[in-house]
Design a protein around this ligand. Sequence first.
Ligand code: UD1
Length: 444
Amino acid sequence: MQNGYLKVEQSPASRGEVALSGAKNAVLVTIASLILTTGKSVLYNVPASADVFEMIELLRHFGAVIFFDTEHHQLFVDTTLLHAWDVSGAMMKKTRTSILVMGPLLARFGKVRIGGQPGGDAIGKRPIDYHLNNFAKMGVVIYHEGDDLCADVTKLIAAKIVLEYPSVGATENIIMAATRAQGTTKIINAACEPEVFNLIACLTKMGANIKVEAPSTIIVEGVDVLHPVEHTIMFDRLEAGSLLIAAAATGGEIYIPNACADVLDVVLLKLEEMGHAITIGPNNIGIYLKSTQSPRAVSLKTGPYPQFPTDLQAPMMALQSVACGISVIEETVFESRFHHAYELMKMGAAIKIEHNKAIITGVDKLHGAEVVANDIRATMALVVAGLAAQGTTTIAGLHHWKRGYDALENKLQRLGAKVTVHEENHDHSFFPVRPEPVEGNERI
Ligand code: UD1
C-alpha cells in the first residue's frame, strides 16, 4: 500500500512557464467546512491529490453526495443528507486534517465520535490539545469511551479563546465551530496563514459573520444558518515556493503566472539574498525567477505566517546544500522536522544537526543515492537534491508525494526535470484515481 518511489536524474536547467494547482492546505479545511451547510456547493481549483480523495471519502461516510470532476478541478458536494458524526480510527490515521471535521460536526450535530489520534506527516508530536481545550471552553463536554474520543454539546457558546501558539488547524476548527455558536467568539493570537483567510472568505460567502483585527485577532459572531457556496481555492503558495527552489537548484529560469507574490514575501527575500533574480508581475501576480550561477548560502528561521514557512524548510535545505558558504536553518514550528537532513547527507550534503538547528556547509556536488522521504515536504526536498545531484536518486515514500501534490512530476518534467513516478502496486482503495458519481446524482 505504501510502495512506489520517485526516480530523479541530474537535470538540465529548468526552463519555461508553469501553472500552480489549488492549495492542499486550503482545500482540505474548505471541504470540511461544507458540513456546516445543508445543500449543494461547488469548489473550484481543487487539486487531485491523495489527501483530497481521503477528505472526500470522509464526507461521503457522513452522507455527502460528491462528484469530483478532476479534469476541470471542480468538486460538487451535496450535504443535504448528512447523517453520521463518527470518524473511525482508520480514517483518522490517514490524514491529520480529519481533525478539522470536529468543529463543523459539533456545529451541525452537537456531537462527534473519533477513533484515535489524527494521522498526517511524522514531523513531531502534533497534539490536538488546543482544539479540545478550546472546544471545552465553548461548552463542549469531551470524554473517552474505550479508545474513542467523544464530544457532546447542546448549543455551542461563544468564548474568548487565547491560543498559546497560532496553530493553523486549531484556529480553523474554532472559527468553524464559532460560526454557529451563540454569541461572539474572539480568537486571540490566531493563525494568519493565507489558507485561514481563504477559509474565512468561503465561510463569509456562506453567511458567517467574521472580522479580523490587527495584529491577529479573529472575531466570529455566531449565526443561525449557513448556506451552500461556490468558492475558488487559492493557488498553492507552497507549490510555488517548491517550483522556484527546484528551478534555482538547476540554475534555471522559470515563470509562474498565477503565483501571488504577496504570500511568499520571505521566501522570495531569501531567494534574492542567494543571488537569484526575482521579477514580480502587475498587481503582485506572476513570479519570474532567473537563477544565479553562483548562489550564496543564506540562513533562515521558520515561523508562523508571514515568517518563512516550515513547509518549505526541507526543499530550502536541499538548495542550501549546494550553495556557496554556510547556512543555518532553525526550525521553530515542529520539533522533529529534520529527517530529510539525514537523507540529504546520504547524497553528500554536509549537514550538522544541533537541536532545532541545521548547519549546512554547501558542497560543489551531491551524488545520487537511495533515500527515503517520511513526509510530504521531504519528498520535495529530495527531488530538489536529486535534480542537482550527479547520477540517479530513488526516493521511497511516493505516497507522501501523492498526498501533497497533484501530479507535480508532470509540471517538473515540462520544465526539463528528469523526475518519474514508479508505482509498485495499484491499490486503488488507497488512491482512487477518479471517484465515480453516485448513481442518480451525477452532477449536483
Ligand atoms: C498546518 C498545515 C501544515 C503546516 C502547519 C504549520 C494543513 C493541512 N497543514 O498543520 O502543512 O506545516 O500548519 O504551518 O493546513 N500544536 C499543539 N497543539 C495543538 C495544535 C498544534 O501543540 O492542538 C502545535 C504543533 O505540534 C506544532 C504547532 O502547534 O508544533 C503548529 O501546528 P499547527 O499550526 O496546528 O499545524 P497544522 O494545522 O497541523
